[in-house]
Design a protein around this ligand. Structure first.
Ligand code: NI
Length: 177
């Protein structure tokens, strides 16, 4: 089932999410299926459970190609619960981000260049990966949602924040972000 995605201004997006304690349950399986369906319908690169009003430490991300980020490399389809992020260097990168909860806008956001993320999948099996580039950026963006942080809160220079159609007029206007 496709869920409504909450938009910035909704207090539910500002909560700290609770850890998932039960794995491989029918409820969790259904929730994750709904999240993938909701993400695909919105052409998202990732989605966090709080964005559909579910206050759990659960994010999904990954795609082969994404019309909202045509130049982004492939990121493996991932279900990540109870994540812990550890930067692997002090280097930061700035790049443009959007968010399904902040439709129509993009901003230039600093993120750790390289990090390790750990957590478990929907079966409770451990995940541990070292990533950089767009993969690292997506993980940081999604995990921020679990701490009530939306990307505009991380923009350093608010002159680098604006409407997608103005900043990137070459992008397909039929994209819903
Ligand atoms: Ni987002």
């Amino acid at each position: 089932m496709i869920h409504q995605i909450l938009k910035m201004g909704d207090a539910k997006l500002l909560r700290v999410a609770e850890p998932v304690t039960q794995f491989n349950t029918p409820e969790l399986t259904e929730l994750i299926a709904d999240m993938f369906e909701t993400m695909a319908a919105a052409n998202g690169a990732g989605l966090a459970a709080p964005q559909i009003g579910v206050n759990l430490q659960l994010v999904i991300f990954g795609f082969k190609s994404n019309p909202r980020y045509p130049d982004a490399p492939t990121v493996p389809e991932t279900v990540l619960l109870n994540p812990v992020l550890t930067p692997l260097s002090e280097d930061m990168d700035e790049a443009w981000e959007g968010c399904l909860s902040v439709p129509g806008l993009r901003g230039l956001v600093p993120r750790w260049s390289k990090l390790r993320y750990e957590g478990v999948d929907q079966f409770g099996q451990p995940i541990s990966r070292e990533v950089d580039g767009f993969h690292a950026r997506v993980v940081q963006h999604e995990c921020d949602h679990l701490n009530g942080v939306l990307y505009p809160m991380r923009i350093r220079d608010l002159t680098q924040f604006g409407y997608t159609e103005v900043l990137f007029p070459e992008m397909d206007p039929n994209e819903d972000d």
